[in-house]
Design a binder for this molecule. Structure first.
Ligand SMILES: Cc1ncc(COP(=O)(O)O)c(C=O)c1O
Length: 396
């Protein structure tokens, strides 16, 4: 049989999706599941975006420009201006989700065996994007005791080698829910400038900042124009995960010119979804106010319920819609599988994401899970109750 690539063999499985067969089996056996494992919001997509699709009168569903339609990019630049981010449409490449923007960023700035420093735990697919680009992830550990704040900047500095090309952060963080302060961003800006590195910020959860905190983008940082690459997406902002529209933003012209070559190779981002995404930019502020209020209430309920369980430690998220909980167990992979295969309360169980896959240091985070609070409050309360009962009987 012809052999598949080493790279293919090295590609990590998604820690979020690998439990799916066990969940399907549980459902076949009649169990209902609270899905806390995946960041698919249950929030309604803005009507204005859905209506834009319904009223399309195209005769040919053609390719768009590789960098995305000019009209859409101009409107995105407008949206950024309202968020105090000054960029032109020429600094923007529309992509097939934030995922493709990450791949283009990696491809544009790193060669095989180059290194990228990422605070862990981090969005698990950063491992996949690094493997497919032949890039080595160098983790810097952030801790649950510190609510996953930025590790001391000296820890980053210690890890910089001649092969280091970039630092990547996710702000607000998936899976931590941590929102970096302006001071933390300034520290990162100083270190990337000192060592002539890129700073990539995945800001797909920008709108989801709680408790009166405002999001500070790397694109707001003066003097970082050549170093900063921002990743963005409509997936979470407008609950439009299926649109598959995101973008890469940088004032560094060489980065944009290079990313454009990757964009040309795949011809075009989805035309239909750009129409919906452009319309979504006119979503009224009241939509976001309601969504944020809902997520804050969910977070408060989830965290207070988790804190009631003996032996559970949880970091309070300041943004996004995830939290990491540390459980009194040894291996959350086995625990998550057991919940689906063996456990139920009145025919119900929960699906969680084992947190080991969000770390790249082997053996770290094995007693942690990631919970996405993308369900209604009543469901979250029931789900945590099930975890509580499960921990009473589970044996590692
Ligand atoms: C931190 C982060 N970045 C990027 C993505 C990719 O999103 P998409 O490709 O849907 O824009 C996700 C999706 O969950 C995410 O959580």
């Amino acid at each position: 049989m012809p052999a598949i690539s080493k790279k293919g063999q090295l590609m990590p499985q998604s820690p979020i999706r690998k439990l799916v067969p066990f969940a399907e089996e549980a459902v076949k056996n009649g169990k209902s599941i609270y899905y806390l494992n995946i960041g698919q919001p249950d929030i309604k997509t803005p009507q204005i975006a859905l209506d834009a699709i319904k009223s399309i009168s195209l005769e040919v569903l053609a390719y768009s420009r590789s960098e995305g339609s000019e009209q859409y990019r101009k409107k995105i630049a407008n949206y950024y201006a309202k968020n105090d981010i000054q960029v032109s449409h020429e600094d923007i490449i529309v992509t097939t989700g934030g995922s493709e923007a990450l791949l283009f960023a990696f491809g544009s700035i790193m060669d095989v065996d180059d290194e990228i420093i990422i605070p862990e735990p981090f969005y698990a697919n950063y491992n996949g994007f690094s493997t497919s680009s032949g890039v080595k992830v160098v983790p810097v550990n952030s801790k649950i005791e510190d609510n996953f704040a930025l590790p001391p900047i000296e820890e980053f500095e210690k890890l910089i080698t001649p092969r280091t090309k970039a630092i990547l952060i996710c702000n607000p963080g998936n899976p931590t829910g941590y929102l970096y302060s302006k001071e933390e961003i300034k520290k990162l800006a100083a270190i990337v400038k000192k060592h002539d590195l890129f700073l990539i910020a995945d800001e797909v959860y920008r709108e989801f900042a709680y408790d009166g905190n405002t999001h500070y983008s790397i694109m707001q940082e003066e003097g970082l124009e050549e170093n900063a690459i921002m990743i963005d997406s409509v997936s979470k902002r407008y609950s439009m995960c299926g649109a598959r529209i995101g973008c890469l933003v940088s004032k560094n012209k060489e980065v944009i010119q290079t990313a454009l070559k990757f964009a040309q190779a795949r011809l075009s981002p989805p035309t239909l979804a750009q129409i919906a995404s452009e319309a979504a930019l006119d979503t009224p502020q009241s939509y976001f106010d309601d969504v944020i209020e809902e997520y804050v209430e969910r977070r408060n309920v989830l965290i207070s319920e988790l804190q009631k369980i003996e032996g559970v430690q949880v970091a309070t998220p300041k943004g996004a819609f995830y939290c990491i909980a540390q459980l009194p167990i040894k291996n959350s992979d086995a625990f998550a599988q057991w919940l689906l295969e063996e456990f139920e309360v009145d025919g119900e169980t929960v699906m969680v994401a084992p947190a080991g896959g969000f770390y790249s240091t082997p053996g770290v985070g094995l007693n942690q899970i990631r919970i996405a609070y993308v369900l209604k409050k009543e469901s979250l309360i029931k789900a945590v109750q099930i975890i509580k009962e499960a921990l009473k009987v589970y044996k590692d």
